[in-house]
Design a protein around this ligand. Sequence first.
Ligand code: NI
Length: 186
Amino acid sequence: MSIQQIRLFGDPVLTTPASNVTTFDKELRTLVADLTETMLEAPGAGLAAPQIGVPLRVFVWDVDEALGHLINPTLDLSDEMQDGEEGCLSFPEIRYDTPRAMRVVAKGFNMHGEPITIEGTEFLARALQHENDHLNGILFIDKLSKSNRKLAMKEIRESDWFAQASQSGVDIQVKESPHSMFGRNI
Ligand code: NI
């Protein structure tokens, strides 16, 4: 197990759809362990494999003191929506109100290849949608209202991490501030 570099917005791996896992082997279990360790260290409440540069349909979460992981997920969303602030480990310090479905039923597999179903409401539902979007190359800024997206893009362009990443290429790691006044990112 090892902590991996979290890719930041601007890295093309974040906007590329990921592939299904076809082999449930030791390598996959190491990926789940690395994702979990990297998420906990950040600290974050969720992390998807593309965020550590692995283009596979795998994500992990840590919500309500429960760790989980899901492989090759498909999501059913409620019509009822929720509002709430959201951030992402690939966008340090950027947080905006992001509309999401209130409830999610997520089906997929665990790391041993066994089918599992996860039902989530509120923040777990939000995290499952956010991480599942990562597997499709969709980022939370894509889900914002037009005006919030405009504000978010301005804030991103003005951020130190984005300026650094733009100057030096994409292999730049900027860690979340340990003094962030906000909640954990996903
Ligand atoms: Ni994210």
